[in-house]
Design a protein around this ligand. Structure first.
Ligand SMILES: NC(=O)c1ccc[n+]([C@@H]2O[C@H](COP(=O)([O-])OP(=O)(O)OC[C@H]3O[C@@H](n4cnc5c(N)ncnc54)[C@H](OP(=O)(O)O)[C@@H]3O)[C@@H](O)[C@H]2O)c1
Length: 340
């Protein structure tokens, strides 16, 4: 009897310590993330560059804004020339004027027009050749969405083969191919910038989604976001095993609801805006990697929601998920009914 009580007490203590630790981690991560946590991916003389895919709007643009603020050169990749150029002009205007009025600062924001859904291996080779002349230290695999014919929220049984392929091409194929081709560039080292545990490193950031758990009316989107999550975690473990790539970090970003160009209907009022969320990603990524995490919820509310889902009764979680997705579907159906 005494042994049984002791065993339960021991188990309770272990659970309590784990709960306390994760609560402390949560509080310190969201309240005291520190500043300039991407310093480890900068290079002497601030020569480092970041490629952000899907960067003309939404979270990608928000990430690019904060990277520019932190002194990184950025290459904005998007599929529509006018939109990506407009985003670049906005970023250039953010930079404080230099004393000598040189164009150097403007040149630190570049654009690259490429359609993630239709990019061929030869298109990707051209992109890699362009990037090979730069000190590329950050790849942000951001481009993604639900690239199906309207309406966007509908049962999988209504998908055409083209719908299925479009989501795989945009969310999974493009980022997997691009990352494979860019790892050799990210892993390059220079004699004046030898990597250490906290300096001269490189980073692959991959956007997953809270939808990775599998949500109704977005079966392909959910599945590809689970792919992104597994991809980023596997990559982190693999890169760490090889001394020639151990200084390249990989971190998965898991957003919940974020108000953006793509996610603009049926979005809860509590959702952060794309620019706030993009800033949170950049400000917290270095800290998450330093803690040895393979993934992070940059926004406190998303982290809390997912932690709650882990302990709430399963039936309540299923009901809340179904209601949330029905509301989003209805918002889109109503909008399209009025406008198409
Ligand atoms: N917003 C959310 O609530 C949320 C939640 C979970 C995960 N995420 C993930 O976060 C990432 C960004 O989401 P977001 O909501 O910010 O997206 P968004 O507002 O739809 O913006 C997507 C960006 O990608 C560009 N783009 C679209 N199709 C492209 C293509 N075929 N090739 C190249 N660029 C293309 C868009 O350019 P155009 O403006 O020219 O179309 C835009 O700049 C995605 O991976 C998404 O799955 C978002």
């Amino acid at each position: 009897m005494n042994t049984l009580i002791l065993a339960f007490a021991g188990l309770g203590a272990v659970v309590a310590i784990r709960l306390l630790r994760s609560t402390m981690d949560f509080i310190s991560f969201h309240l005291f993330p520190g500043s300039h946590t991407l310093d480890r991916y900068q290079r002497p003389g601030n020569t480092a560059w970041a490629l952000v895919t899907g960067a003309s709007a939404g979270i990608g643009l928000g990430i690019a804004q904060e990277l520019v603020r932190q002194g990184f050169g950025v290459i904005l990749l998007g599929h529509l020339k006018d939109e990506v150029e407009a985003a670049a002009a906005q970023l250039r205007a953010m930079r404080p004027p230099t004393d000598d009025n040189s164009n150097d600062d403007d040149a630190r924001v570049r654009t690259y027009v490429l359609d993630a859904r239709h990019a061929t291996p030869s298109d990707l080779s051209k992109l890699v050749a362009t990037l090979s002349t730069l000190d590329l230290t950050i790849l942000v695999n951001n481009v993604g969405g639900n690239a199906v014919e309207h309406p966007p929220f509908r049962p999988h049984g209504t998908y055409s083969c083209a719908d299925v392929d479009a989501v795989i091409d945009q969310n999974a194929r493009f980022m997997a191919r691009l990352t494979a081709l860019l790892i050799p560039l990210l892993a390059r080292t220079k004699p004046d910038a030898r990597p250490t545990a906290s300096r001269n490193r490189s980073l692959v950031l991959t956007m997953s989604s809270g939808g990775y758990i599998g949500v109704p009316y977005l079966v392909m989107y959910s599945a590809t976001k689970a792919f992104n999550r597994g991809f980023g975690a596997a990559l982190a473990r693999e890169l760490a095993l090889d001394p020639s790539t151990a200084h390249v970090d990989s971190l998965v970003v898991i957003p919940g609801e974020v108000a953006s160009q793509g996610n603009c209907r049926g979005v809860p009022a509590s959702a952060p805006r794309w620019d706030v969320f993009g800033r949170e990603i950049v400000q917290k990524a270095g800290l998450a990697v330093a803690r040895g995490w393979k993934e992070m919820f940059p926004h406190w509310r998303h982290g809390a929601e997912y932690a709650l889902m882990g302990v709430a009764p399963g039936a309540a979680v299923e009901k809340a998920l179904a209601e949330q997705m029905k509301a989003k579907k209805q918002a889109w159906d109503e909008y399209l009914g009025k406008n198409e």
